[in-house]
Design a protein around this ligand. Sequence first.
Ligand SMILES: [Cu+2]
Length: 111
Amino acid sequence: MNKTILALTVLFSFVFSNSSVQAKDVIVEIYKKKFIPSEVTIEQGDRVIWKNIETRQYHNVWFKQLDQEEPGYFFPDESYQKQFNQVGSFAYECGPHPQMTGNVTVIKTVK
Ligand SMILES: [Cu+2]
């Protein structure tokens, strides 16, 4: 392989791997009145999807400290999702069950 081709190959693989960086979905399950896992670390732009896998119990995901209004409840087999574009540490709880707490840590996208 000559140097030009090598350089182009390196360049293309760099461009390709860069363009393939995309937001991910991270799943948090809700079962027996717990967020599982209760703490997740994600990259900027990723989305967290909370899935209610209870048999009967409804819940919500309330970022109370962000002055967000309490969202509606979601029931078994339903989910709630939120995308995080800001770096930081975001605590949340379940409105009807304040003992259910969780945290989302958002870090800068790692390239
Ligand atoms: Cu709950």
